[in-house]
Design a protein around this ligand. Structure first.
Ligand code: FA5
Length: 353
């Protein structure tokens, strides 16, 4: 019988060695090295088991069974200890660094938010559509007719200067001069022509002017409103606008100031009590207690006629809201430029859904 044959003595010796090492070993790394020394490809028990094949055939069965039995027992003991040490380590880790499962996850990338002006626009549209106004739209590049003339601005009328804009020359002889629309009011004409009376529409969109200061931008947004029907009066206009202000900013007084727009008569500018100081006066309202948010009035009969609507039978009201202005009021921003400069320190403060 060879030296390394799995005799009971040899097995007892290996077993004793195993017990001794197990008695001293500490930690997972030590256990792994015991595993490799006894059960790895060159481990002592693996070699003993392999040497069974070299025994005479009549001895193999008994020696094989004996060795296997011991190998299984010792291996079970070792694996039990490994599992124990691993689970102790896991428990210690959990105790050291408890995970609060109720915390929100950490996003891998910073998330974007919708622009405050876009959110304000959506809220305005939602309030008016809930009141029964339908959506209408028109082109951003307009003809002089829709932007000015049909709205009762005669050629060379000084009121055009108040809405100085960007002109695009017609490309050929007889082609109309085009303008980047200065307001959403041309959609009034287009909608009346297309739908006739009665109607109730709002027209949100981008407009352009040769304007630039803390509260004026060369490109901004308006929402036009138009209601035409029999018997429409100023009372309807005031009721709709007051309801809009209350829904947008909470109950707050409105002030209707006479003003001139050639396409309405009478015409007015509408202010609401400053939402920042409740009328006491602050930097946002330039210490007046009021904030101008829109222009409005009763549709001029000449405009109804230019849109082929019988001005004897129908009357209407119209208004044009400055969306950027309303977004500024909402967020107490005193410089419109903050809305465009993409300064993250500002945008973080204006963040919303
Ligand atoms: C008009 O544009 C008229 N079309 C409004 C109107 C419609 C009157 C229907 C009567 C009937 P106004 O120029 O005042 O009016 O502009 C309306 C609103 O747009 C202003 O109250 C203001 O909130 C906003 N606004 C005007 N110019 C600018 C600008 N450059 N930048 C940002 N907002 C502006």
């Amino acid at each position: 019988m060879s030296q390394s044959a799995p005799t009971p003595e040899k097995l007892a010796e290996v077993e004793e060695q195993f017990e001794e090492e197990m008695g001293q070993v500490e930690g997972l790394e030590g256990l792994m090295s015991v595993r490799s020394r006894f059960f790895g490809p060159k481990g002592s028990l693996t070699l003993l088991l392999r040497s069974v094949g070299a025994l005479p055939p009549q001895d193999r069965r008994e020696a094989g069974q004996r060795t296997n039995k011991i190998k299984q027992r010792l291996e079970g003991q070792l694996e039990g200890r490994i599992a124990e040490v691993e689970s102790e380590a896991r428990a210690a880790e959990l105790r050291r660094d408890p995970v609060d499962l109720s915390l929100p996850g950490r996003p891998a990338l910073p998330t974007a938010g919708r622009h405050p002006t876009a959110r304000t626009m959506e809220d305005i549209v939602q309030i008016f559509t809930a009141m029964g106004f339908e959506l209408a739209e028109g082109p951003e590049v307009e003809t002089d007719w829709y932007n000015f003339e049909a709205l009762n601005f005669p050629p060379d009328h000084p009121a055009r200067d108040m809405q100085d804009t960007f002109f695009v020359k017609g490309r050929g002889l007889g082609e109309p001069e085009l303008v980047l629309r200065t307001h959403t009011s041309p959609v009034q004409i287009r909608t009346m022509e297309a739908r006739g009376a009665p109607l109730r529409v709002i027209a949100p969109g981008r407009v352009f002017r040769c304007d630039s200061d803390a509260t004026h931008s060369p490109s901004f947004f308006q929402v036009e409103g138009l209601a035409v029907d029999e018997g429409i009066s100023m009372a309807h206009l005031k009721g709709v606008l007051q309801s809009f202000i209350n829904q947008m900013f909470g109950e707050r007084p409105a002030r209707f100031r006479p003003s001139f727009f050639p396409f309405v008569e009478p015409g007015m500018e509408v202010d609401m009590q400053c939402a920042n100081c409740d009328g006491a006066g602050c930097r946002i309202c330039k210490h007046t207690g009021w904030l101008e948010i829109l222009g409005a009035g009763m549709v001029h009969p000449a405009v109804l006629e230019a849109s082929k609507i019988d001005a004897e039978r129908y009357t209407g009201f119209a208004f044009g809201l400055g969306v950027d202005r309303i977004a500024m009021i909402r967020h107490a921003v005193d410089d419109l430029g903050h809305m465009f400069r993409s300064d993250l320190r500002v945008l973080e403060q204006l963040r919303g859904g």
